[in-house]
Design a protein around this ligand. Structure first.
Ligand code: NOJ
Length: 561
């Protein structure tokens, strides 16, 4: 194993003539631009229609040119892919369709040589039903120590026919599945907050705790710079298994955000801190209360967590202003930077969401046939890209958003894969529409995603995606890609500055100053506005009209300071 050294790369100041950002900065994560790489759909190096590590390695130059500091890989481990890899059967193996461990090591090394760190996904709430532990638990039967790593429980009623609780799944429907005993009789039930293929782990069990710390070490030893923690608030359950009433005091819900969960992250932080260079913990924490949310970011817990509040808000000045204020205020006492996220592999693509009458995001309101004005959505997404990149903290870019890809809502019948769609009986379109393979070049599918023209990507791409290819957008100074490249270059000049100050403006205009005289102004009103006084116009999401900033636009300026 050739282990990359995170703390001594500063010597390599150029690679192929391009400057390499320092990888030695212990605070790199506070202002980093992190590209979310959904490996199945990024680039297919071996021509089987599925994205893979070889495809990523072949396109590291693209990521370098885009200007990102780190890659977050959604799960790439061995898995039956019942939930796109969030059902891990072995953390120490890469899914064969994606590559193998030595390729992962090579990727981590090659990315780092370009100044790009690697963050991996860890899914501690559950594992795959094909994981050795779960297979052993089923085989060992009721009352066995193997079952104690999970939540096996007898059913309610004389025949045990009733589920132990009526907790509702995050994917709709039931959270318990009944097993069958070796003699064919109906057996115990097991808990799964997601699909039956994702049994929940029992975090009161020492094996579960130790195994996850070992998994962290396994990957930190291979040079990864951090982990994204899936469903981070769900791990601890009330062993009494009470029903959810909705009236539970904070920290005492039966399965979400229980106070005891924080101990787990304290011990993970200790593991991370035992490594040289800063290895970061990034939480996926869906939590409406900003204080309960930032509890996860206390100095001895995670470094950052996704700010979904901003992502879920509609395109409205007052809403976005309130979100920025409340997030910055909630983060300040714990000393953590906020994150800024416009989308990810679970939610509606940004240009589509912002093109709708209701431009907020909620899983419950995702429906087929929602009218969408893509031109308007794209215009707003451009403005939002600059707005979010201007805010203090780290920035997440979901692959394809830099190309302005829309949600694919008309996937052909039989091609959808997402359990969210099936568990809603087809009412929820699911998340496949934001996971369609990237278009790189050419006029026809697979648009350079796979080498060769006759390969069928695992999810079909729309025929008209030629206009969104990397090649087409790279050649067009007005494209989303050109905007992102320019924005991330300018953002780098902020150089880790964390200052933020609102400037006077109308309520539906978001205007603020950062260090070095940098000013960002977003016009969410319905008429053009004058720009604040400035020395230099740096970048705009639209062209100025008679010197004014048009509606649904952001401009970046340099003012005297
Ligand atoms: C959150 C992940 O982002 C999502 O894709 C997954 O389905 C659930 N957690 C369950 O692991």
């Amino acid at each position: 194993m050739d282990v990359p050294v995170l703390e001594s790369e500063a010597e390599a100041t150029t690679v192929a003539g391009a400057p390499v950002p320092s990888t030695t900065d212990p605070l790199w994560w506070r202002s980093a631009v992190i590209y979310q790489l959904y490996i199945r759909s990024f680039a297919d190096g071996d021509g089987d229609g599925t994205g893979d590590i070889a495809g990523v390695r072949a396109h590291l130059g693209y990521l370098k040119e885009l200007g990102v500091d780190a890659l977050w890989f959604t799960p790439w481990y061995a898995s039956p892919l019942a939930d796109g890899g969030y059902d891990v059967s072995d953390y120490r193996q890469i899914h064969p369709a994606f590559g193998d461990i030595s390729e992962a090591e090579a990727l981590i090394r090659e990315a780092l040589a370009l100044g790009i760190r690697t963050i991996i996904d860890v899914v501690p709430n559950h594992i795959s039903h094909e994981h050795e532990w779960f297979k052993a638990a089923l085989a060992a039967g009721p009352g066995s120590p193997e079952r104690e790593r999970f939540w096996f429980h007898p059913g309610v009623g004389p025949n045990g026919d009733g589920m132990p609780t009526h907790w509702v799944s995050n994917f709709q429907g039931e959270t318990w599945t009944r097993t069958t005993n070796a003699d064919g009789t109906p057996g115990e039930w097991y808990l799964h907050l997601f699909t039956p293929e994702q049994p929940d782990l029992n975090w009161n069990h020492p094996d579960v705790r130790k195994e996850h710390e070992d998994v962290l070490r396994f990957w930190f030893d291979r040079g990864v710079a951090g982990v994204r923690i899936d469903s981070a608030a769900l791990l601890v359950k009330d062993p009494e298994l009470p029903e959810v009433t909705g009236d539970e005091p904070a920290g005492q819900h039966p399965n979400t955000d229980r106070d005891e969960v924080h101990d787990i992250y304290r011990s993970w932080r200790a593991v991370a801190d035992s490594y040289p260079g800063t290895r970061v913990l990034v939480g996926e924490v869906w939590m409406p209360d900003p204080v309960r949310f930032t509890n996860y970011l206390r100095p001895d817990e995670m470094h950052t967590a996704f700010n979904f509040d901003f992502m879920a808000r509609p395109w409205k000045g007052s809403e976005l202003r309130e979100s920025i204020d409340s997030m910055l205020a909630a983060h300040a006492p714990v000393g953590a930077p906020s994150t800024w996220v416009l989308s990810n592999h679970d939610v509606t693509r940004t240009v589509t969401r912002y093109g709708r009458e209701d431009s907020s995001f909620a899983f419950a309101t995702k429906r087929f046939g929602t009218p969408t004005d893509l031109e308007l959505g794209t215009r707003r997404a451009r403005a939002a890209a600059l707005l979010s990149a201007a805010l203090p903290g780290s920035l997440y870019v979901y692959q394809g958003d830099e190309l302005g890809l829309p949600e694919v809502e008309d996937l052909p019948e039989g091609t959808r894969q997402d359990p969210m769609h099936f568990r809603s009986n087809g009412v929820d379109p699911g998340r496949d529409g934001c996971r369609v393979p990237l278009p790189w070049a050419g006029d026809h599918p697979p648009f350079g995603f796979s080498a060769g023209t006759d390969v069928q990507p695992w999810l079909p791409q729309p025929e008209d995606w030629g206009r969104y290819t990397v090649d087409a957008e790279a050649a067009d100074p007005g494209s989303m890609l050109s905007l992102y490249r320019a924005a991330l270059t300018i953002r780098r000049t902020l150089d880790g500055d964390e200052s933020f100050r609102w400037l006077d403006s109308a309520p539906d205009v978001l205007c603020f100053a950062r260090g070095g005289g940098f000013v960002s102004v977003t016009n969410l009103s319905d008429r053009p506005i004058d720009l604040p006084e400035h020395e230099e116009f740096l970048l705009g999401s639209t062209e100025l009209v008679n010197g004014q900033l048009a509606p649904d636009s952001t401009a970046w300026l340099r003012a005297q300071h």
